[in-house]
Write a new protein. Structure first.
Length: 333
C-alpha cells in the first residue's frame, strides 16, 4: 500500500474529521501519524489503531476530558495554577488529587496554601448548605430508613453494594439486609429536605425519624440520631487544631488509629492526615534510629509480617542497623 491508498482508507473510516500532516508517508501498519482535531488540537496514532481499530482523538473519546502529560504535576507553576481554583487544602485534595499529592511530595503545599488559600476557612465548612435528609420507604412492609448525606448518589451506591472491608469481605448495612431478607429490591431514596448545613441535617434527620415512628412505621435505623450523634458527632468534636494536638502524641497513623479512632477518622475524612504524618510515619527522621523505639514497636506485633504492616519504618531500621536478631514479638495467643 502506498501513501495515497493509506490516506483513502483513513478517509473512509474518519471522513474529513482530522487533518493529517502533509509530510506523513505510509511505511507499514505501525507508521505513526500526526493528526489535528478541530476541537482538541494535535494528537498521534499509528495507522493500525486509526484504521483497523477505528480510534480517533483521545480527548474526544473521553468526552472532552483532557488528561495531563506524564510529569505535568512535577512542575511547581502547574500546581500553583491549579491550586488557585480552590479555597483550601481539603478542596484541592478532593477535586485535584494528583496536584495535591505532588505539591505535598515536593514540599510546595504549605507555601501554596499560605499564598493562595483563604486561611480563615479550615478545610470542610460545616455551615455549608450541602447536605440532605433522605428516606427509604418499604410501604408494603410498613418500614422505613432515614439518613443524611452530602452526596445522595454515592450514599445510594453504598446502601446497594455494601462496604469493602480490609480483609477483602463486604459489609452490608440494614437497608441492604432488610431488602435481601424480604426478597425485594432496594427502592430509590426520596429526598425529604436538602440544602442543609451539617448540624441542620442532624436535626432534621432526627425529626423525620420521630415523625415516621409516630405514624406507626417500623424504623430500621440502628444508630442514634440527633445533633452531635453518629460519625458526624465525632467529626464536629475533632476540629483541625484538636486533631493536630492529638496526632502529636503518636508515631504513626496506625498508632493514632488504634489508640484514638474517632480523632483519626476525623483527620482522615477531612484530608488533614497528611499534614500530621509523612506517609505512614511521623515526620521525625531519627525516631526509628533509636533501638529502644524499634524494640518497643516489635513488642506490639505478633511477627515480622505484622511489624512490616504496622511499623514498616521500624522494621527497615532493624535491617539497616543489624537489629533483627534482637527483636522480640508478642505471643499470638
Amino acid at each position: 500500500m502506498n501513501t495515497k491508498e493509506a490516506l483513502e482508507k483513513i478517509k473512509l473510516v474518519h471522513g474529513d474529521k482530522y487533518k493529517i500532516s502533509d509530510s506523513w508517508e505510509y511505511k507499514n501498519a505501525k507508521s505513526d501519524i500526526t493528526l489535528y482535531c478541530p476541537e482538541h488540537g494535535e494528537f498521534h496514532k499509528d495507522f493500525y489503531r486509526l484504521v483497523n481499530m477505528k480510534q480517533g482523538c483521545p480527548t474526544c473519546s473521553r468526552g472532552g476530558t483532557v488528561y495531563k502529560k506524564p510529569g505535568y504535576w512535577n512542575v511547581k507553576e502547574h500546581c500553583i495554577e491549579e491550586a488557585k481554583k480552590y479555597k483550601n487544602k481539603f478542596e484541592l485534595q478532593r477535586k485535584s488529587s494528583r496536584c495535591y499529592c505532588s505539591s505535598l511530595k515536593h514540599g510546595w503545599l504549605d507555601e501554596i496554601a499560605s499564598l493562595y488559600f483563604d486561611n480563615s476557612i479550615q478545610y470542610m465548612r460545616y455551615d455549608e448548605p450541602i447536605n440532605c435528609v433522605y428516606i427509604y420507604e418499604y410501604s408494603d412492609l410498613n418500614s422505613f430508613y432515614v439518613g443524611r448525606t452530602n452526596n445522595i448518589k454515592r450514599r445510594h451506591r453504598q446502601h446497594c453494594n455494601g462496604y469493602g472491608h480490609k480483609d477483602g469481605s463486604r459489609i452490608y448495612d440494614v437497608v441492604y439486609t432488610f431488602a435481601n431478607d424480604n426478597g425485594i429490591e432496594i427502592p430509590e431514596p426520596i429526598i425529604l429536605e436538602e440544602k442543609l448545613t451539617a448540624k441542620q441535617s442532624q436535626e432534621r434527620e432526627d425529626y423525620w425519624k420521630k415523625y415516621y415512628i409516630e405514624k406507626g412505621l417500623n424504623c430500621l435505623n440502628k444508630a442514634i440520631t440527633g445533633v452531635g450523634k453518629g460519625s458526624l458527632g465525632a467529626t464536629l468534636k475533632w476540629d483541625y487544631e484538636s486533631c493536630k494536638k492529638e496526632a502529636s502524641k503518636y508515631v504513626s497513623r496506625y498508632e493514632m488509629k488504634t489508640k484514638n479512632q474517632s480523632a483519626y477518622n476525623a483527620a482522615r475524612k477531612n484530608g488533614w492526615i497528611n499534614d500530621f504524618f509523612n506517609g505512614w510515619t511521623k515526620k521525625i527522621d531519627t525516631y526509628w534510629n533509636n533501638l529502644d523505639n524499634v524494640l518497643s514497636a516489635a513488642k506490639e506485633c505478633v511477627g515480622a509480617r505484622d511489624m512490616i504492616k504496622k511499623y514498616g519504618g521500624a522494621y527497615n531500621s532493624a535491617i539497616k542497623n543489624g537489629w533483627l536478631k534482637l527483636l522480640v514479638y508478642k505471643d499470638k495467643g
